[in-house]
Write a protein that binds this ligand. Structure first.
Ligand SMILES: *[C@@H]1O[C@H](CO)[C@@H](O)[C@H](O)[C@H]1NC(C)=O
Ligand SMILES: *[C@@H]1O[C@H](CO)[C@@H](O)[C@H](O)[C@H]1NC(C)=O
Ligand SMILES: *[C@@H]1O[C@H](CO)[C@@H](O)[C@H](O)[C@H]1NC(C)=O
Ligand SMILES: *[C@@H]1O[C@H](CO)[C@@H](O)[C@H](O)[C@H]1NC(C)=O
Ligand SMILES: *[C@@H]1O[C@H](CO)[C@@H](O)[C@H](O)[C@H]1NC(C)=O
Ligand SMILES: *[C@@H]1O[C@H](CO)[C@@H](O)[C@H](O)[C@H]1NC(C)=O
Length: 773
């Protein structure tokens, strides 16, 4: 079908070519014999010098040996570079394939082949004693990329997790001890994107960004940009916004609704660099302008204190909006200037690609801005977003300019978050993965270098990226400053009180604007939902919230096993409370991260594509996992969740209360797989009190908090005897009595990983869940 289409295209061009020839008879035209076997050809300007020829192939194949050629002034097409021996007279479409897995330590995989066709599946398994992180099955996608994330087998023994080795790469160097350095190399024909060297840092994580090996024809799809640029830039935005003060402490009207209210002292500066070199062509340049409008509008919807700068560049840069301009913070005027003052023709005949000079003008702007700005300079985060259609062909390597900017902003070590450089290579002419990678930032779990087939794809990606909803449920953030109030320290923690009682009898956790997660047994005695209130901000007098709806887990039934001699049985001890009105988030009211949601995935800095299983491994993979709960008097109490080999001993002590369980009861009948167990370990551990039920059991990772369980029951109540009143009458201090000498308390919590279906069923509308496996 492709040949006739080419013919029509050529015929359509003929009259134009003829007139041109008549007018400029001295200009030689390029030959018309440029077809591709199995594909189609398009020309930007017929067969005239300067015209760009682009080969296209059907989905799942790519043009070989080159994707585009330029008609040179001598009337010859740029030669088809071929790595093979004999030069090709005709281009052809070749099947796309995915690179093979070269290394996979402490496990096995298959099938082992040197190339995998689109649609192929690779499966991975770990040796005994090792756990698999990442995807156990990966599919070869039509863009030559394996989906999911690189799998790795880990025994948890290293200082850093075992490092993943991507398909197509080999790794050399140390493995996962502190200071170990691993170098990656891609097989020939593939470019490395990410960090070619990673170091195991004192924080227990690998420096830089996870590498991948990409073929020149392996373009990103709109959905890849959406997911990966989206995740990374959302981090930039949420870091700026997370330091914001409480809405309650500002005079801002509550009607701001979904917009975030930010502190006055954090700023985001975004610089756009737009390629206007010859090969971009004017129609494409116009699409770049639309891309800019889309993404600027998106970023501005977050209401972060922000300034924009816009530069177009070819051989030389042209500043459209300087970061210092007064209007740099006015989104509408910035967009107006892009529409009216940004022209392809401004670059005249100076049509090279000089990325170095373009970056250098950003650097100069920064220098000036630092001299004159009234904003504290070190509170400003900078993001540079560069579009190009090819590698720099003049002005020298852009790396030098990148280094100058990094040095000027002093983004070493603990200030890395203050600069993000994104490089978007767009088009088929001369875009090169390694050139994009050279410019782009490299951060763990994020990607900053992208390569797309055309600008329309980029525009489609931007239209969907950065949904402000993603920021609202920024979860698991607590203010750990000395002077912070306990609500600021535990902003998700709520109390549950029944109206005839004088104090709260249960606790719960805010997991979204409208949902509280607690335990079902709280309602056994007072089953009437309308009689209950959720109390937030207790120390400030308490905000009472009405409950619209309660959903108990349908399998919860305390009496389910009475016939088996188990007087009380707490499996599925969970309830969800839907609030009548959504709460407004701020420093004192925020949700905790619910594992297996997109919010938790970002907070864990895991790649898009990570699964619930990965979260479980990340949060509960140690033998003894340090976790906390919140006491009646609002203190954080430490426990250790016993997993794997430590779990059976922990559980066996569940039967200490002889009244509850008849002789010979099997502990696993009482404590099912859905329970987490703490207590009885070597470390000093707290035991939960009556009244703390329903509260969250949570772990801390990367300064964020993740709920892993809901407090259900325990073998010992340390708060049985006495409670002291402090003089001010306000705060009660609870005295926790040590257990009797012969009793080693155990506590049991419903694991959120064991009730995923139920959570997904009821919260699917409010939270975005990631795949289970
Ligand atoms: C795991 O793989 C590493 C690297 O190949 C090797 O040194 C180590 O012995 C393996 N561990 C086991 C238990 O096989
Ligand atoms: C990979 O793609 C396959 C087929 O589309 C899909 O079934 C699978 O869930 C994907 N895996 C991941 C980890 O995204
Ligand atoms: C943490 O709380 C303290 C005391 O209220 C406040 O000064 C500070 O701004 C808060 N920090 C953040 C990041 O919200
Ligand atoms: C690009 O946009 C400019 C200004 O809006 C317009 O004058 C020009 O005709 C457009 N060019 C193409 C090829 O669309
Ligand atoms: C561009 O090149 C043409 C032909 O070489 C020349 O006539 C014209 O003056 C040049 N324009 C600019 C802006 O340099
Ligand atoms: C509350 O009452 C309903 C209806 O009687 C019952 O089905 C449910 O199990 C009770 N819930 C609890 C937690 O006791």
């Amino acid at each position: 079908m492709t040949a006739p289409r080419l013919l029509v295209a050529l015929l359509a061009l003929l009259p134009a070519v003829a007139t041109q020839e008549a007018a400029l008879d001295a200009t030689p035209l390029c030959p018309e014999s440029v077809s591709i076997r199995g594909g189609t050809v398009s020309l930007s300007d017929g067969f005239r010098p300067g015209s760009i020829l682009t080969y296209s192939c059907p989905d799942g194949s790519y043009p070989y040996p080159t994707q585009s050629r330029i008609c040179q002034s001598d009337g010859k097409w740029t030669p088809m570079r071929s790595s093979g021996k004999s030069p090709l007279s005709q281009a052809l479409c070749r099947k796309i394939s995915c690179p093979p897995q070269r290394y996979f330590e402490n496990g096995s995989f298959g099938p082992r082949r040197s190339l995998h066709p689109v649609g192929a599946v690779l499966s991975f398994e770990c040796s005994d004693g090792y756990q698999l992180r990442g995807s156990s099955r990966r599919h070869c996608l039509s863009n030559g990329r394996w989906n999911g994330t690189s799998p790795v087998c880990d025994d948890g023994a290293g200082h850093c997790p075992s490092v993943a080795i991507p398909p197509g790469a080999i790794a050399t160097g140390g493995r996962n001890r502190l200071g170990d350095r691993v170098s990656f190399q891609c097989q020939s024909g593939l470019d490395l994107v990410g960090s070619s060297q990673r170091v195991c840092t004192p924080e227990g994580e690998w420096s830089g960004a996870e590498p991948s090996c990409r073929a020149p024809y392996s373009y990103d799809r709109a959905e890849d940009v959406r997911a990966e640029f989206g995740a990374s830039f959302t981090e930039v935005l949420s870091d700026v916004s997370s330091s914001g003060p409480d809405p309650s402490e500002t005079t801002a009207a509550p009607s701001l609704g979904r917009r975030l209210i930010l502190s006055k002292d954090s700023f985001l500066y975004v610089y756009f660099l737009v390629d206007a070199s010859h090969s971009v062509t004017e129609p494409n340049f116009n699409i770049s302008k639309q891309c800019l409008e889309v993404i600027i509008t998106r970023i501005a919807s977050f209401d972060v204190p922000i300034r924009f700068s816009v530069i177009s560049y070819a051989s030389r840069p042209k500043t459209i909006v300087d970061i210092q301009d007064d209007i740099a913070e006015d989104t509408e005027i910035v967009i107006e200037k892009i529409q009216n003052e940004m022209n392809y023709k401004d670059h005249g005949n100076a049509t090279g690609t000089n990325i170095q000079d373009a970056l250098d003008s950003v650097y100069q702007m920064m220098i000036n801005e630092k001299l004159f700005t009234k904003v504290p300079w070190d509170k400003i985060r900078h993001a540079i977003i560069l579009f190009t259609d090819g590698k720099s062909n003049m002005g020298g390597s852009p790396t030098k300019a990148v280094r100058s900017i990094e040095d000027f902003l002093n983004v070493r070590a603990n200030r890395k978050d203050y600069l993000d450089i994104y490089a978007f290579g767009v088009g088929t002419v001369d875009v090169d993965w390694s050139a994009m990678n050279e410019i782009a930032s490299k951060k763990p779990g994020e990607r900053h270098a992208f390569k797309l087939n055309d600008l329309k794809e980029l525009k489609a990606a931007f239209e969907d990226v950065l949904d402000p909803r993603d920021l609202h449920d920024i979860c698991g953030l607590a203010n750990n400053s000395e002077s912070a109030s306990w609500e600021q320290k535990n902003p998700w923690h709520v109390l549950l009180q029944y109206n005839t009682l004088t104090e709260a009898s249960c606790r719960g956790a805010l997991i979204s604007k409208t949902w509280v997660l607690t335990s079902a047994h709280c309602f056994s005695k007072f089953n009437n939902t309308a009689g209950w209130t959720v109390i937030l901000e207790k120390a400030r007098g308490g905000t009472k919230l009405r409950i619209k709806r309660r959903i108990d887990h349908e399998f919860f039934n305390v009496k389910a096993k009475v016939a088996q001699g188990i007087q009380e049985f707490y499996d599925y001890d969970l309830s969800l409370l839907e609030l009548e009105k959504p709460v407004q988030f701020g420093g004192r009211i925020r949700p905790i991260c619910l594992p297996c949601t997109e919010g938790a995935n970002r907070a864990l800095k895991m790649k898009p594509g990570a699964t619930c299983k990965d979260h479980e491994l990340q949060l509960l993979s140690l033998e003894e996992v340090d976790a906390q709960f919140i006491s009646l008097d609002n203190k954080r109490m430490g426990v250790q969740i016993k997993t794997r080999r430590s779990r059976p001993t922990c559980i066996s002590a569940a039967l200490q209360d002889k009244k509850m369980f008849s002789e010979g009861t099997d502990a696993s009948e009482v404590v099912t797989d859905r329970f987490l167990c703490s207590g009885g370990g070597r470390a000093v551990e707290a035991a939960t009190c009556k009244g703390e039920s329903g509260g969250s059991l949570f772990v801390e990772r990367r300064e964020r908090l993740f709920q892993v369980g809901v407090i259900s029951w325990g073998t010992y109540n340390p708060c049985e005897k006495k409670r002291k009143k402090k003089k001010d009458g306000e705060t009660r201090e609870t005295v926790r009595d040590p257990p009797p000498a012969n009793h080693k308390p155990r506590d049991f919590y419903i694991s959120l990983f064991g009730v995923q279906d139920w959570l997904r069923q009821h919260l699917g509308q409010s939270l975005r869940f990631i795949p289970k496996e």
